[in-house]
Design a protein around this ligand. Sequence first.
Ligand SMILES: [Zn+2]
Ligand SMILES: [Zn+2]
Length: 133
Amino acid sequence: MLDITGGCLCGQLRYEANAEPIFSAVCHCKTCQKQSDTAFRVVIAVPRPAVSIHGSPKIYTRLGDSGQQVVNRFCPDCGSTVVIEPAALPGTTIIPAGTLNDASWLKPTMEIYCDDAQSWVQLGGAPYRGNEP
Ligand SMILES: [Zn+2]
Ligand SMILES: [Zn+2]
């Protein structure tokens, strides 16, 4: 069991979960790009009953690809999304890995929504060399 803790940027919202992650992934979907303000988002999934949230999150609900609701709990002050609860994954809570206090143990095991990936993104294969000398 891992003691997973984290929170939003300003610290008003915190969460903890004593759980073994169900999966971890790099998600390239458009929602993750928008919601994280960047090219992709790393997420971990944990059993929902193991998660407790401290603070007062605001809720944003949208429809996922499944046509079912996806509930996002985020900080009304700084905007960080700390947990995501997709109805399509009952009993599962998604935690954006950028909110973890300690991500040193984390190694995402898959990439999802790769068709939506930004064209320059290359993960896991040959290292990206860019314009290194
Ligand atoms: Zn905050
Ligand atoms: Zn995504």
